[in-house]
Design a protein around this ligand. Structure first.
Ligand SMILES: Nc1ncnc2c1ncn2[C@@H]1O[C@H](COP(=O)(O)OP(=O)(O)OP(=O)(O)O)[C@@H](O)[C@H]1O
Length: 318
């Protein structure tokens, strides 16, 4: 294991930000800390980095207990949402900075920086100032800078959070590829479930200072340990007494053994998907049931707004 967090708690005044957290992060993996705002993700990342100290518990990195070890001696690289670059230095010097203060030989620094700039696709911008880069390019520079010192772990706090959706998506794919090439143990904080599901080898769901579940994206999506995890990893709706995914509901215009009978009260088409709201006839069922299906299926079933429909859980869905 690369990072072992054991019994870590942290309070800010009366507020419990982390409550007795245990976590093992394997070497070479890309792990996402996922959860709602205020859940404790950043606090945990900062404690691993050594930027914050825990009230109790320990963090062991690569077999070394880091309690009392200062940030600069932990051999971790980090990137934050708003990266504080040295504005007066070129991209190249920003990347080489960590190596220069470690007094590495000049030729070694040059070779390393060339390699990193190539890796993050910024070779042609080496002599620019950070202010002359786009937001996405700046975050790539931040990653190159963090990687320059050859950290044993790389910690990223919402590294793409401030960027627009398209650039985020590009950088997400790129981070995955970069990780596949470098295999540096990486932990990144995100509140975006799609980002975590798409990029991470392993996801740690954190809420209210506690770990709700740890697993692969498939584990968490298919076997959520709680309603919280289920609802955090994708859309959910209530069918009878159960929380289910809207695409796991079978809908029919014909009478069938059903959990809920209702009327289609809203119809929204988003690309190839149709989202329906079905208002149940049973007044005890709270609010409309959301059903999602492909446009082709909706057409084949002959569904229209105002139709009376029967809903049940698709066989095989849990
Ligand atoms: N220095 C601090 N002083 C007081 N409270 C703090 C401090 N840092 C964090 N907190 C509180 O601890 C809780 C957890 O914060 P944290 O930043 O770890 O959450 P998060 O899951 O990363 O949320 P976000 O996604 O919004 O960054 C929050 O309620 C926050 O207000």
């Amino acid at each position: 294991m690369s990072i072992e967090v054991a019994g870590v708690s942290k309070r800010f005044g009366d507020f419990v930000a982390l409550d007795d957290v245990d976590l093992s992060i394997p070497t070479g993996q890309l792990t996402a800390l996922l959860g709602p705002s205020g859940g404790g993700k950043t606090t945990l990342l900062r404690i691993i980095a050594g930027l914050e100290s825990a009230d109790s518990g320990s963090v062991v990195i690569e077999g070394v207990d880091t309690t009392g070890v200062p940030v600069q001696k932990r051999n971790v690289g980090f990137v934050f949402q708003h990266y504080a670059a040295f504005k007066h230095l070129s991209v190249r010097r920003n990347v080489s900075f960590g190596l220069e203060i470690r007094k590495r030989p000049k030729a070694e620094i040059e070779a390393k920086v060339d390699e990193l700039l190539r890796l993050v696709h910024l070779e042609q911008f080496a002599d620019r100032r950070p202010t002359q880069l786009s937001g996405g390019q700046r975050q790539r520079m931040a990653l190159a800078r963090a990687l320059a010192i050859e950290p044993s772990v790389l910690l990223l706090d919402e590294p793409f959070g401030a960027l627009d959706a398209k650039v985020r998506k590009e950088l997400r794919d790129w981070l995955r590829r970069l990780h596949d090439e470098m295999h540096v143990t990486t932990v990144f904080v995100t509140h975006d479930q799609e980002e975590a599901l798409e990029v991470a080898d392993s996801i740690v769901v954190i809420n209210d200072g506690r770990i709700e579940q740890v697993g692969t994206p498939d584990d968490l999506y298919d076997k959520p340990a709680s309603d919280f995890v289920l609802s955090f990893l994708g859309p959910v709706t209530r069918l009878g007494d159960h929380l289910v995914r809207p695409h796991d509901i079978e809908i029919s215009r014909y009478e069938q053994a059903a959990v809920t009978v209702g009327t289609i009260t809203r119809w929204t088409r988003i690309g190839f998907e149709v989202r329906l709201e079905v208002t149940p006839e049973d007044a005890r069922q709270p609010g409309p049931v959301l059903v999602s299906l492909t446009r082709t299926d909706a057409t084949a079933l002959g569904l229209h707004e105002g139709d009376r429909v029967w809903l049940r859980l698709r066989p095989g869905a849990s």
